[in-house]
Design a protein around this ligand. Structure first.
Ligand code: C2E
Ligand code: MG
Ligand code: MG
Length: 726
């Protein structure tokens, strides 16, 4: 890294004085040059302005391109804007915008390891920063004489973070508490010092505090690595032996105690961490030390604090990362590393309904059970919240890892007794398994995470093992998520309308609003390409809210044109559960001046089965503005009809899978006839979906079905093409 800047992630507050914080040394290649200060100051001011905009907004992705342009205009030739992926367990970052580098590409995700391979060297330094904050990196601003200004990097995002979902905030609080504890210990010890080793000069630069601790005079030259090692007690040199071996280095610092000889021959015990600036590559290594002065906490306790999850006593993420990289280095195809990611099913419900104390007690019991199930030589860690991971080296076949995971979730299924609860409690868990013998730990994590997603998606309480098709699936989901985000911020959503007719005279009585996504490359996309992903990510709330706005606007237009149509629209269970939806809905209907009675809200069976308090409130609000609530896709999912009584429904739409066989199957006709009878008995209007043939329409009319929708009467079209005249 000769001649390239040594940079680190820093908060907004640290950005401006950063270059002044470390006294410049003649040997330090990262020292800013005086002759570029004026341009540098202007560029820094522009950068800080842009950064403030970026981090103060609630959705960094919305402003990313604009901010990147702004930073580039300030004179920086390279810009990279990143945001952590909300659902990712392995520190993935969304690439929001780039300038001046071919990779990574905007719209994709990346990780620290990927960046290290592809991005300009300076960017890599940003990655160890605050994993929950959006990141902004810039490099190569031209100075007055065209000389490059050293890297300025900024990472912050308090405002943005504050806007995150409550659950994430909860998880973060627990992690923060651990970090604060650690920090409090460090402050009490008040012995922070730092060193860095540059392979090009073989000098170990000691800061003033460390010089003071070791009794090294400020005028004494920096030692070389061999001399620095000699000062360390021979039994404690382990952590320093790999320092000059790039292949042996990882990016996760695990604190280690070591004894060191001071200038007057006495011995001090320090707690150290060290990390290469560019993991796995030759380059500068940086270390921090705490002075373990006598009378303070015992070394063992401090190490435990730094390496363990405070709630369960299991290893924390840093320890796991290091052990995983170590295990991968020695792995072979017949002695591979297995990663089992475990996530408790519906743990949020436990916290919400039984309280956090019971939630914590449950997590501790789960941790104890996992410890019993963990094979010798494995590492068990808690990643935060209800996520655990087991890393097992020496696995001969992927099937053995899957069998182990099955065994674990079987053990966890056994009811637990929790303090204050009269009944034993059953908590199930899903697991994702990945096995590997090469590549990075990040990659293995990503694979296990994809498998876990599959296990959850397939209904929870099960194990899924990674296969390569999952990677394509995950990529497609990420792309869909990106498309939806972009569409939401660039006005890229559309609504098309499908006619619904009265079956008695086939007169148009209503139209269903169906969302589409106008993609700049692929054109108009149907919901099957993006609605599931929007549901998974919670973006569906924004999609549904946008569609509702459009529905109200269109309703107003039709009313003024004299068309008295009803409009049907789909509302996802997630949207109804959102606490703000009921209020937004009432406000939108009121301010649009539309008659609420023209609205038909379509919900799914799942919504009624999972009926929560907030969902009930939203449904109640729909009714109180005059809207009718009905059931979409009836008959597709659940055999129980008991939920029909849970909420007063005005209409029911029979799914097209029942309509399609009409005319060819007597059985299908009997089922449809029974469904119509059932709906009428409940006082509901019945609409048949997917009516494509005249024969189906005739049969449905004979059976007493009230309304029909399908290609026979019209495909979904733009509003102006819907024939509202007749
Ligand atoms: P859905 O609400 O059951 O909508 C009916 C779907 O059936 C529409 O597909 C429509 O184009 C299709 N369809 C209608 N008649 C026929 C027919 O005769 N034959 C065949 N083969 N198909 C027919 P589309 O537009 O692709 O929408 C699919 C689903 O996406 C919707 O099913 C709904 O569940 C969801 N969706 C659409 N718009 C929204 C929205 O704004 N919000 C939410 N949450 N979901 C939406
Ligand atoms: Mg529908
Ligand atoms: Mg439907």
């Amino acid at each position: 890294m000769t001649g390239s800047p040594a940079a680190s992630a820093c908060s907004a507050a640290e950005t401006a004085p950063r270059t002044a914080a470390r006294p410049p040394r003649a040997s330090d290649p990262g020292t800013p040059r005086d002759d570029v200060t004026a341009t540098g100051a202007e560029a820094t001011a522009a950068l800080l302005r842009a950064q403030r905009r970026f981090t103060d907004c609630t959705d960094p992705s919305a402003l990313a391109e604009e901010v990147a342009d702004e930073v580039q205009r300030a004179g920086f030739c390279g810009v990279l804007l990143l945001a952590p992926v909300a659902r990712s367990r392995h520190r993935e970052l969304d690439v929001l915008a780039t300038r001046g580098c071919a990779t990574p590409q905007p719209g994709r995700s990346t990780t620290g390891a990927d960046l290290a391979r592809s991005a300009p060297a300076a960017v890599v330094e940003l990655v160890p920063g605050d994993p929950t904050a959006p990141r902004l990196a810039v490099w190569g601003a031209p100075g007055a004489d065209g000389a490059p200004l050293e890297l300025l990097a900024a990472a912050a995002g308090t405002a943005w973070r504050a806007a995150r979902a409550a659950r994430e905030a909860q998880l973060a609080t627990a992690e923060l508490a651990g970090a604060r504890q650690l920090l409090a210990g460090a402050v009490r010890l008040a012995g922070l010092g730092s060193w860095s080793w540059d392979p090009d000069t073989d000098r170990v630069t000691l800061d003033d505090r460390l010089r003071d601790l070791l009794g090294v005079a400020p005028t004494d030259p920096d030692p070389d690595l061999a001399t620095w090692r000699e000062r360390v007690h021979p039994d404690d040199r382990g952590p320093f032996t790999g320092v000059d071996d790039p292949a042996a280095r990882t990016g996760s610092p695990v604190p280690y105690p070591f004894r060191v000889r001071t200038a007057d021959g006495t011995e001090r015990t320090l707690l150290g961490t060290s990390v290469p600036l560019r993991p796995g590559r030759p380059g500068i290594v940086q270390g921090l030390v705490l002075d373990l002065a006598p009378g303070d906490r015992s070394t063992g306790e401090l190490v435990r604090l730094a390496q363990c999850d405070s709630l369960t006593g299991l290893a924390n993420r840093s320890v796991l990362d290091v052990r995983l990289e170590e295990a991968l280095r020695t792995a072979t195809p017949t002695s591979a590393v297995a990663l089992v990611l475990l996530d408790l099913d519906r743990f949020k419900l436990v916290n919400d309904t039984l309280g956090h104390q019971i939630g914590d007690a449950l997590l501790r019991q789960i941790a104890a059970r996992l410890q019993q199930a963990a094979p010798a030589g494995s590492t068990l860690a808690r990643l935060g919240g209800d996520e655990f991971v087991l890393m097992v080296p020496g696995v001969d076949r992927p099937e053995s890892a899957a069998a182990m995971a099955h065994n674990i979730i079987r053990r966890l299924r056994v009811p637990v007794l929790l303090p204050g609860l009269p009944e034993p409690f059953v908590c199930t868990c899903s697991a994702g398994v990945a096995v590997g013998h090469e590549g990075s730990g990040d990659e293995l994590f990503r694979n296990a995470d994809m498998a876990l997603y599959r296990a959850k998606d397939a209904g929870r309480d099960r194990v899924a093992a990674f296969d390569s098709a999952m990677r394509e699936d995950a990529e497609a989901r990420r792309e869909a998520e990106h498309k939806v985000r972009r569409a939401l911020r660039t006005d890229g959503l559309r609504v098309v309308w499908q006619p619904i007719v009265d079956l008695r005279d086939e007169r148009l009585v209503a139209a269903e609003a169906l969302v589409r996504l106008q993609d700049p490359v692929e054109g108009l996309l149907e919901p099957k390409r993006f609605v599931d992903t929007a549901e998974d990510t919670g973006l569906i709330v924004d999609v549904d809210t946008w569609v509702l706005g459009e529905v109200l606007r269109q309703l107003g237009e039709w009313r003024s044109a004299g068309a008295g149509l009803q409009v049907s629209f789909n509302v996802s269970g997630k949207t109804l559960e959102h606490p703000a939806f009921a209020h937004r809905l009432a406000h939108s209907v009121e301010s649009s001046g539309a008659a609420g009675s023209s609205l038909l809200a379509e919900v799914t069976e799942r919504t009624l089965i999972d009926l929560s308090t907030s969902t009930r409130a939203s449904l109640g609000e729909l009714r109180s503005v005059g809207a009718r609530v009905g059931l979409d896709d009836f008959g597709t999912g659940y055999s129980s009809l008991s939920y029909l009584d849970r909420f007063p429904l005005s209409f029911l739409k029979i799914d097209m899978s029942f309509v399609r066989p009409l005319g060819t199957s007597e059985r299908a006709a009997a089922v449809v006839r029974a469904l119509i009878g059932l709906a009428h008995a409940h006082g509901m209007v019945v609409t048949a979906e997917g009516v494509e043939t005249r024969e189906q329409a005739t049969l449905l009319r004979e059976m007493g079905c009230d309304r029909a929708q399908g290609w026979l009467f019209g495909r979904p079209v733009e509003a102006r093409r819907l024939n509202t005249a007749g």
